[in-house]
Design a protein around this ligand. Sequence first.
Ligand SMILES: [Zn+2]
Length: 89
Amino acid sequence: MRGRSFFHDEIKCASCGYTMDSSIHHEGNDVVPSPGDVALCFRCATIHVFNADGVPEIPSKEKLAEAQADQEVQKAINRLKDFWKRAPH
Ligand SMILES: [Zn+2]
């Protein structure tokens, strides 16, 4: 994965337990996330959303549905899945 990391408080994915302390913009740009921006678990692609403190958390049902309908989010999820398909496990 290319791009620069944005570091945040360490969180564990609510779905798979993977520990994350940084996020990479899916287009590889150096972007500081805004509250409400979507972050995916690097391992299982579970959708998280940045809160006001810049920490990704599991979104509300409404926000989750909104994120799932977002083409950019779908693209990023597919990219992650591709990455894991090619990566040795
Ligand atoms: Zn996960």
